[in-house]
Design a protein around this ligand. Structure first.
Ligand code: NAG
Length: 500
């Protein structure tokens, strides 16, 4: 039986949301030309890869209900304590968000709800559910066929976790309105995810202990603070889903304050903690003395003007990625892991093959009409104006209000490296800024006494705790490389509000 128990069939209507602002100009075509000619397209999640995608003949069968399976393994993609399906997001009649959830293997009612959003922008959260922190783990058997088995260290050990394909157009999520209905900013993502959490709470009010944690990875360094703040403000205004209180926010190898973080591209490429010089001294000096100041100026101009069509943001996106990331990319090293030249293409291909297999797809209740892509390029393109926006300013009010914040980073990642993440956390203006910066770096101690990482933490009065954690020996997708350590991390964060 489903651990989610009896499900109420009536989903009340939400009050009509504000109309979604549309872009004034159709810039996507132009951007595509600029990018393909001058920029190696970097995705803050995983590099794009052309899959042969499975497109079944039938139109989506119209059944938007969740399904559960009676299978203890992950043979068809869901364990016994898993559930998946769609919610209609009320901003649009035709926008459906796909979710995949696994309840706590201990006790659902005594564990919080953890929302997970993968980055990209445009990458499916199923990638995380199937190869990072989910209940299932995909790998290839001897014949090369993609299969899944139960993961040893899923984050659903002591939490009820829901992985959401968002925004519309990502993974199995879709919109019938086409390109014009795709999201293009973290603000719109926040609106949609607030609506999603309403839906979740209406449908599964007993699926947790009343506590909510919002986690995101990579480009999710925009999403988690934005969604968290939208939820936090909604709670204060009495407009949040009843019975679900925000407790904490987490970002893994995220991009949150680009102006600070891009400074560490040259630094990490040349002076990372692994002693690998991925770029030359000449490149390093040229970046620091010449390219970086120009990049910073452009990011600044982007953030000085909140107009969503501010072309300075596109300018910064193209310039900074070309000037500061390309030399590293040309070294041939994996942008997500300085230790290797091998990329993640096959991991993504394996997950894609697995979730689009007919039997698995049916068990996952994924719409037949949707062509699943690990990372959707159209969605990515929509976000190029949002890329350089900083959203760390959303955090101090939440810390004041008692929300715990955890910023963590696998320390082998180049693209959203730990140095840049630590730097923006140290620069964050909040009541505990000095306390945090004066705090000693402390080990993140695993139950057997070994340090799985190290970092800093501070807390002011009854406010929330801010923690930064560097995870030793992990790349961009930290839970993929260090599943046990990151499971310990999330368990500790939920139990104590910190990890040290
Ligand atoms: C402690 O556990 C970690 C993670 O499994 C492992 O890497 C480490 O070697 C262990 N340390 C000792 C002293 O057993």
């Amino acid at each position: 039986m489903s651990t989610y128990g009896a499900i109420s069939t009536s989903v009340p209507n939400l009050s009509p949301p504000a109309p979604v602002p549309r872009r004034k100009r159709g810039l996507t075509g132009r951007i595509a030309i600029i990018l393909s000619s001058s920029v190696i397209l970097l995705s803050l999640g995983v590099l794009f890869y052309n899959f042969t995608t499975y497109t079944p003949p039938d139109r989506f069968n119209g059944n938007y209900n969740d399904v559960t399976v009676e299978s203890s393994s992950c043979a068809v993609g869901l364990p016994t304590n898993g559930i998946s399906g769609y919610f209609n997001i009320p901003n649009s009649l035709s926008r459906y968000f796909y979710y995949f959830a696994a309840s706590s293997t201990k006790s659902m009612k005594s564990a919080p709800l953890v929302l997970w959003m993968s980055g990209g922008p445009g990458c499916s959260s199923l990638l995380a559910a199937m190869m990072e922190n989910g209940p299932c783990k995909v790998s290839r058997d001897k014949e090369g066929k993609a299969r899944a088995e139960l993961a040893k260290f899923g984050w659903n050990n002591k939490a009820n976790v829901v992985w959401v394909d968002q925004p519309a157009g990502v993974g199995f999520s879709f919109t019938d309105e086409g390109d014009s209905d795709l999201m293009f900013s973290h603000d719109l993502v926040a609106d949609n995810m607030l609506a999603f959490l309403f839906r979740w709470q209406e449908r599964f009010p007993d699926s947790h202990n009343g506590e909510l944690y919002i986690f995101a990875e990579s480009f999710g360094g925009h999403y988690a603070p934005a969604v968290g703040r939208r939820y936090y403000d909604a709670e204060r205004e009495g407009r949040a889903p009843p019975g679900l209180k925000l407790k904490g926010i987490g970002v893994g190898n995220g991009l949150t304050n680009p102006e600070i973080q891009y400074k560490y591209a040259s630094e990490f490429a040349y002076k990372n903690t692994y002693g690998i010089e991925a770029i030359t001294k000449e490149q390093y000096d040229d970046m620091n003395n010449n390219l970086l100041p120009q990049c910073e100026e452009k990011i600044h101009a982007c953030n000085d003007n909140a107009d969503p069509d501010n072309e300075d943001c596109l300018d910064a996106f193209i310039f900074c990625n070309t000037a500061l990331d390309t030399p590293y990319v040309e070294s041939g090293r994996n942008i997500y892991d300085v230790r290797t030249f091998k990329d993640y293409k096959d991991d993504l291909a394996a997950v894609t093959e697995f979730v689009t297999e007919m039997e698995v797809r049916t068990a996952l209740d994924a719409a037949n009409s949707v062509t699943f892509e690990a990372c959707n390029k159209d969605v990515y393109m929509k976000f190029v104006f949002d890329w350089m926006r900083e959203y760390d300013q959303a955090i101090p009010a939440m810390l004041d209000g008692g929300i715990d914040i955890l910023i963590y980073a696998g320390d082998a990642d180049f693209i959203c490296n730990w140095m840049g993440n630590q730097a923006w956390v140290e620069a964050l203006d909040w009541k505990g800024k000095d306390m945090f910066n004066d705090a000693p770096t402390k080990p993140f101690v695993l139950p057997n006494g070994t340090a799985g990482g190290e970092g800093k933490t501070a807390k002011v009065g009854k406010g929330g705790r801010l923690s930064f954690l560097r995870i030793f020996g992990a790349g961009h997708l930290a839970p993929r490389d260090k599943p046990y350590e990151t499971q310990q991390m999330i368990n500790k964060f939920i139990a104590n509000g910190g990890v040290h």
